[in-house]
Ligand binder design. Sequence first.
Ligand code: SF4
Length: 428
Amino acid sequence: MGFTKKISADEARRCPQCAQPVCLQGCPLGIDIPGFIRLLRESDAVSALERIKKDNPFPAICGRVCPAPCENACIFHEEGSPIAIRALERYAADFGHKPNSRIKTVIKSNGKKVAIVGSGPSAMMAASFLLKAGLNVVMFEAANQPGGVLRYGIPEFRLPQHILEGQFEELQSQGLELHTNIFVGRMKSLEELARTFDALLLATGSSLPNFVSMQGEHLVGVYYAEEFLMRLQVLSKANVLSCAGDLIRGTRTVVIGKGYAALDAARMAVRLGQQVHWVFGGLEEEMGLSNYDLKESLEEGINIQAPFEALKIMGDPQGLVEGVQCHPLEIVEGLGGLSLYPSKEGPIVFEAQTVILANGQKANSFLATMTPQLKVNSNGHFWIDEKTSMTSLEKVFAVASAVAGSMTVVEAFAGGKAVAKQIMEYLK
Ligand code: SF4
């Protein structure tokens, strides 16, 4: 649930407007946080939204799915009550539109053309800044709908699809040319695109899971979080979520890992009637979640087992999952800080018919395989010159997860913003 006008004004008034606002250091997009909160104090959502959009054209998305590192930086974070910056951003995004503000005129083109391969958060952000600079931007997406992880990796209850669709409508109203169902590398080569465009951006994300080496990982009922979420998104789009019973057996699920993919998978499992244990081999504060999201997951009934080390996935003679053996860990304070050791209690088993593994993702190497001149790192990500973000191919840039593996949505947005500036510099 988003904030009401009153709650948003009250929360904005709680912000002390620090002389040296440390929250600014937390936002990868450089949003003027005290500035937009000051406007919300005066209940001026329209100006607050304008202020945010100077640095972030997608506040309706960040206001819902950003892990809010700005709140971790807030001076009230230590005492557990940071200013709810993310929720305030969402309020401004939802209620700050002027009537007809979505109807935009296409910005006059300067004649330069940029192709973007991929349509996830880094691609969207780069497109937004390139369009504003007057470039022609053409986006190629392999799937039948755009958005990448925002479309297929984040459940509807966290990011409603109509919000994403609205953002693409806005980009298209600014001149974006979007082509879906185009698999660059197979249906169009990079060389072909390079002949037509002045610059190319590879924003192909990281679509392959980092496989976990654990006994029982191949049993029936074991999924990787991203695959699990994608299948459910496809089922829900087809209005056949009732078929999710084929995906998830029994009544108990164990999620192993950390981060937002683990959280979303756990929350989806709860919505499908599962009793969920979430096993993580570190401290709760190392799970990569905002305080708010952690609290919400507990309220929804997810049993967080941390620190617990998952030892093996257990199966029955038919090869079906029947549980996860875990060892509780003890926190021991030593000279070098805190360490975790297996407790004397010995291993325990969480019964489960479904296990979801969340261990991050890596880039799909297909495009690199089809384009041998494109240099990749040992982990399969595109190599780039750190100063320019250009790959080993002239005029071809790469960004975000395609270069660095799993990252949060706001980090990918920030990558898109930075690479847009580098492309503009190159095209000067
Ligand atoms: S984008 Fe994320 S980090 Fe930046 S102000 Fe919004 S919630 Fe905070």
